[in-house]
Design a protein around this ligand. Structure first.
Ligand code: 13P
Length: 263
């Protein structure tokens, strides 16, 4: 059974004290609740990553960066390298988010370069992909997603499958309140799983976590997580309130119990 990841992508939200307050409350929650088979993860902005990692150290939670440079080091003003992220003990990093693709013109080839940088540091990339509304309406969802997979994973070999995470985020569902239905999401997750199966074999594809993102909230997360190929959520807006975030973790713990094979 795959662990369920409840990932909060905070985007450009929360200042230093808000980050600290959220992490302290999350730490308190984790000390008093069991999160068996669930990994809560938060992705604050760069300046607060080290503080967040400190506050959640030794707890069953992870901290991720929202992006990384495609270069190793040197004269790249404004960039942060995978080595630098590794040096504060981060284990995860989001790459290829649709907002990076849209506003910073990131391509699959660039996402692949970032993935290679992260692998050098044993940081698990959360590789985001997904179609726009026009592409969905033109019936191109599968073609778009497969093209993104082929580009991001070109010549990338995997050892076990646990070294990467994929996030399917249909662009039309991000921040719009318009969630893909559980079945619409599952349909695309199955396409992704199938591609992974062809590319990496049954065993590795069965280990890779595929998260869904796009207007996930406390009241729709259970239906999404119950789908066989949905292994968690990459959550924007609804991850910013500690009460909502903890409620989604609670739901994930319940669904993980349902999904656990009976001995
Ligand atoms: P929302 O949950 O706000 O729709 O954002 C989704 C997202 O982009 C997470 O990466």
């Amino acid at each position: 059974m795959r662990q369920i990841i409840i990932a909060g992508n905070w985007k450009m939200n929360k200042n230093a004290s808000e980050t600290q307050e959220f992490c302290a409350e999350l730490a308190q929650y984790l000390k008093t609740h069991s999160v068996k088979d669930v990994l809560p993860l938060i992705a604050p902005v760069f300046p607060f990553l080290a503080k967040a990692a400190d506050l959640l150290a030794k707890l069953p939670a992870a901290v991720a960066a929202q992006d990384v440079s495609a270069y190793e080091s040197g004269a790249y003003t404004g960039e942060v390298s995978a080595t630098q992220l590794g040096s504060i003990g981060l284990n995860y990093c989001i790459i290829g988010h649709s907002e990076r693709r849209q506003y910073h013109h990131e391509t699959d080839a660039l996402v692949r370069s970032k993935l290679l940088q992260l692998r050098e540091q044993d940081i698990i990339p959360i590789v985001c992909l997904g179609e726009t509304l026009e592409q969905r309406e033109a019936g191109e969802t599968e073609k778009v997603v497969v093209t993104q997979l082929e580009g991001c994973f070109r010549d990338i070999e995997l050892k076990s499958g646990s070294e990467i995470v994929i996030a399917y985020e249909p662009v039309w569902a991000i921040g719009t309140g318009r969630t893909a239905t559980s079945l619409q999401a599952q349909e695309v997750h199955a396409i992704i799983r199938n591609w992974l199966k062809q590319r990496y074999g049954v065993e590795i594809s069965g280990i890779i976590s595929i998260l869904y993102g796009g207007s996930v909230k406390p009241d729709n997360i259970a239906g999404l997580l119950r789908q066989p190929d949905i292994d968690g959520g990459l959550i924007g807006g609804a991850s910013l309130k500690i009460a909502d975030f903890c409620q989604m973790i609670d739901t994930a713990v319940d669904v993980a119990r349902e999904k656990r094979p009976t001995p």
